[in-house]
Design a protein around this ligand. Structure first.
Ligand code: B16
Ligand code: MG
Length: 231
């Protein structure tokens, strides 16, 4: 049987750190006189820290000097990490360990493919770091999602062909990146948002081990392709 590579996004797939990003971005935005809503926070999912701040300033019609911009990014991260610091295993999203442990028992390699520069620290906090064979995070990529770089790097590290890889993602940009990498894209969240994904599940409770077996045995294949990466 061909070896498959399984790649997991972090925020929104393994843990829900979006709520901490929201608190930290809201504090920062309000501090410079800009409004920030949960709906706007949704649009920052999978988006890098720098791009997120650019968007917030754009929404609020604000411009900052380069120095202020760098300072605010550092402050946001400090605030965000004050929440991350308290994270424990109970913040792992339901049934994620079920799938991780099953893949490990079947000897299929697992990678993380996240935009976050704090990914290793977060995985360590929730005690999952040891389960991953490779970590590709915001420190290791030049082009963020929807560019496929993050997932292609992960496939390389796992030593698995991209077309034998499967990506679990909660962000639209992440699904586009997985499709551009020619990997099976599995959306975690709402079908209406993740319509480009090959398969969509509300969360991991909906993903059966039979489904994983069907992927491994090629019964389940890639449904959609999207090779436009110039975004
Ligand atoms: P950091 P993911 C992404 O994580 C988050 O969804 C996004 O909201 C955040 O801005 C980005 O990481 C960068 O995070 O500030 O920790 O470097 O979903 O790609 O795992
Ligand atoms: Mg995510």
């Amino acid at each position: 049987m061909t070896k498959k590579g399984f790649i997991f996004d972090l925020d929104g797939v393994i843990v829900d750190t979006a709520k901490y990003h929201f608190l930290a971005w809201k504090k920062l935005a309000n501090g410079v006189g800009v409004d920030f809503t949960e709906i706007q926070n949704e649009q920052l999912k999978g988006v890098s820290r720098q791009k997120s701040l650019e968007k917030i300033l754009e929404w609020g019609n604000k411009t900052l000097s380069e120095e202020e911009f760098t300072k605010l990014m550092a402050l946001k991260n400090e605030d965000y990490l004050s929440y991350v610091e308290h994270m424990k295993e109970d913040e792992i999203l339901v049934d994620v360990p079920k799938v991780l442990n099953y893949l490990i028992s079947k000897k299929h390699p697992i990678a993380l493919g996240s935009a976050s520069k704090n990914a290793t620290a977060i995985l360590d906090k929730v005690n999952l770091l040891q389960k991953f064979d490779a970590i590709v995070d915001g420190n290791g990529v030049k082009k963020g999602k929807p560019n496929p770089e993050v997932f292609l790097n992960a496939a390389k590290l796992l030593n698995v062909n991209p077309n034998e890889c499967i990506v679990f993602e909660d962000a639209k940009a992440g699904i586009e990146a997985a499709n551009a990498a020619n990997m099976i894209s599995i959306g975690i969240g709402e079908k209406s948002v993740l319509s480009d994904a090959d398969y969509v599940f509300k969360d991991f409770t909906e993903i059966s081990l039979e489904f994983i077996d069907d992927i491994i045995s090629n019964k389940i294949k890639k449904e959609k392709t999207n090779l436009s990466i110039d975004k």
